[in-house]
Design a protein. Structure first.
Length: 369
């Protein structure tokens, strides 16, 4: 009997756990508080998942759908409805998401049922003053450091020679931080703009940055900058889009991106690009995120998920897409804050040729870990 115990332990470890995440309610942490959400990333490390969210603050979002340019526009200078009291446009974290006071919140989970709030992973004291967006984190096996990239829109008057738009990189020996910014004004080769991006580690441990534009750039061994002065590959989507997420499955590389969405209610498309090599060529493989209805720029119902992508991760050979349902708190009474806007989780399904099937709306997402 004793000889069987190791085998029993191994068998128990191999048993899958079923996870069900809600798209209409947020999980809560160990204190019973809703997760602080915003632009997001996830890292699996030593049997746990660490999630990072850009905290956009306590003011509600803005519904731009009634503006002349429609839902996806940045109508914050002249919104069609008044700002909530105390949330007028300004440098603080107001209803305009371009505030200077963003911080990154970290959570740990081993089962996607219980979430431990690890606190502020990137405090404002650990970066330059100014607007910060899109935190993404990788673990580097060589340096034994967690490496956080973020879009750094630092104020020139406060940051000296640091430009208004660039990438900065912070590191920490522990996943919960605090991360300390070590590299500023990191520039990347290619023609893509400094903006939304994703980080991806290939099977051989080599890391890549894919950014809006779109350019795929190999990173150095420390994951703290480009490996050389040339982009690995470039591609374009049918219409201008942003917010790429990258993953690999069965020999194919995938990048998913959505049409521009300025922290908007209603979300965006999910364009799929595929390639057999990171060097390309990249082929357009459809839009799997639009509803089959005539497009209306003033409607919040053009897209299945009503979300804009933040990341994709693998669980037991399945691929889970997660996006932000921007301004979803406006449906609450009174309107809820940006920091508690809903997430949207969906399991990607694939055709036999590797293309991604149309995403279908669901109030829950079920998968195994």
């Amino acid at each position: 009997m004793l000889r069987l115990l190791p085998h029993l332990v191994a068998l128990q470890a191999a048993v899958a756990t079923t996870v069900q995440l809600s798209n209409v309610a947020l999980p809560v942490d160990q204190h019973g508080e809703k997760l602080i959400t915003g632009e997001a990333d996830i890292v699996e490390h030593e049997g746990a998942w660490y999630m990072y969210f850009n905290n956009w603050g306590t003011c509600p979002g803005v519904d731009c759908c009634k503006s002349s340019a429609g839902c996806a526009s940045c109508c914050f200078d002249n919104p069609p409805t008044p700002f909530a009291k105390g949330c007028e446009k300004g440098a603080r974290n107001s209803s305009d998401p371009y505030g200077d006071y963003h911080s990154v919140q970290a959570y740990k989970t081993t089962d996607f049922k219980t979430f431990t709030n690890l606190g502020v992973a990137l405090p404002m004291t650990k970066r330059l003053p100014g607007c910060e967006f899109r935190p993404h984190v990788l673990y580097n096996n060589k340096t034994k450091l967690f490496v956080m990239w973020f879009e750094d829109r630092s104020d020139k008057t406060q940051a000296g020679s640091v430009p208004l738009h660039g990438y900065s990189i912070a590191t920490s020996p522990s996943p919960g931080g605090p991360f300390t910014t070590k590299f500023y004004n990191v520039t990347l080769p290619g023609h893509g703009r400094t903006g939304d991006y994703d980080l991806f580690i290939d099977d051989d441990g080599t890391a890549y940055n894919v950014r809006t534009g779109f350019d795929v750039v190999k990173l150095n061994d420390d994951y703290t900058g480009p490996a050389d002065s040339t982009a690995v590959s470039s591609f374009r989507t049918p219409k201008d889009s942003e917010g790429p997420v990258m993953f690999k499955r069965n020999g194919f590389y995938y990048v998913m991106a959505g049409t521009g969405c300025c922290a908007c209610i209603g979300g965006s498309t999910i364009y799929v690009m595929m390639a057999k090599s990171l060097q390309g060529p990249w082929a357009y493989a459809g839009d799997v995120g639009s509803n089959p209805t005539p497009f209306d720029p003033h409607s919040p119902n053009n897209y299945v998920t009503k979300a804009q992508a933040s990341f994709v991760f693998e669980a037991k050979g399945e691929y889970i897409w997660c996006g932000n349902q921007w301004a979803s708190g406006l449906a609450e009474t009174p309107p809820g804050p940006r920091m508690h806007d809903l997430l949207y989780w969906t399991k990607l399904n694939f055709n036999t040729n590797g293309t991604v099937k149309q995403v279908e709306y669901s109030k829950t997402c079920t998968f195994e870990i």
